[in-house]
Write a protein that binds this ligand. Sequence first.
Ligand code: ZN
Ligand code: ZN
Length: 411
Amino acid sequence: MPHTQFATPIDKLAEVAIKVGLRLEEGQDLVMTAPMAALPLVRRITEHAYKNGAGLVTTLFSDEEMTLARYHHAPDASFDKAAGWLYEGMAKAFDNNAARLAIAGDNPLMLSGEDAAKVARANKANSTAYKPALEKIAGFDINWNIVSYPNPSWAKVMFPDDPDEIAIAKLAHAIFAASRVDVADPIAAWAEHNANLKVRSSWLNGQNFAALHYTGPGTDLTLGLADGHEWHGGASTAKNGITCNPNIPTEEVFTTPHRLKAEGYVRSTKPLSHQGTLIDDIEVKFEGGKIVSAKASRGEEVLLKVLDTDEGARRLGEVALVPHSSPISASGLLFFNTLFDENAACHIALGQCYAKCFKGGDTITPDEVKAQGGNASLIHIDWMIGSDQIDIDGITQSGEKVPVFRKGEWA
Ligand code: ZN
Ligand code: ZN
């Protein structure tokens, strides 16, 4: 793949992944996962990791053709299997303070033509097997980071009418801009961005709202926040003491909603790309924090299967605020990738909550998380409910309304 014209921004992205995304510490091991197509970025990241004193970098590659070979040729029993031994090893590495880096970039529609039942079974088997490792990431035991690579198959989904080279160049520029590596000093740009997000999360923590009330087309939703919730945004400190930027890009401030306290209707404002399937025009109704009815104009079968993953899959684990004027939203692009699209709009997530989003989150126990309203599930799926037509009020502990968003912007 002719990526020589991107050598400089790819090197800057690799440096940002190691120095901002992970803040990799001297002697720390690194476990990286990546699509084969991202090899040029994997090589630069590995180089920066060792220059920064990494102990051992271990990379696991995936490949779209190999993934599809399973769907096309594997026996039926294959779809209940997952590499549990691998995830147990990952969990062991995290116990020994290894950092985790994931490179995103798969074709978001890769599995959209496959049997939805097989996709759901394979996803469930994988989620179950991944649990020991995911718990340590969701619990923020170690520093972790996700960055993206302009994979040609992803570029063709976003820009289907452009020739390959143009499509790849457009996606590459969009990734580099959103990841703030298209500037002279990306490290300084990230320091400034982190400071701005801190101002927003500090204001919300000072307000200590009991609930948020969303109104807009198809949406009238009151979302109770968990007891002792804490808002976060930008850089955050993992339990191993390292302050890192898990998601690159990131524009959100987010916290934990109360799993029993969502009431009303909400409609999605952007399509959700879930493990290879596109789910569009989601409309759900909440009662007592639980989704009691759900539909979608596209991908409904997959959505309904996702909601039946486990008890916590119908309840919320995250609420996040993102202004409509965020750079990713302003780009006007739909990335078909949650990492980007969630940073273009306010969103909520079904499933597992982040223990980090509680006061004293470093030491809080799973029982305390549950008692304070935190949700537990095998899944964590963000979907977008924000637009320039959404208003949000904060409801204070004494029941007063405070404007938070008006027409999609901070009030
Ligand atoms: Zn989020
Ligand atoms: Zn999320």
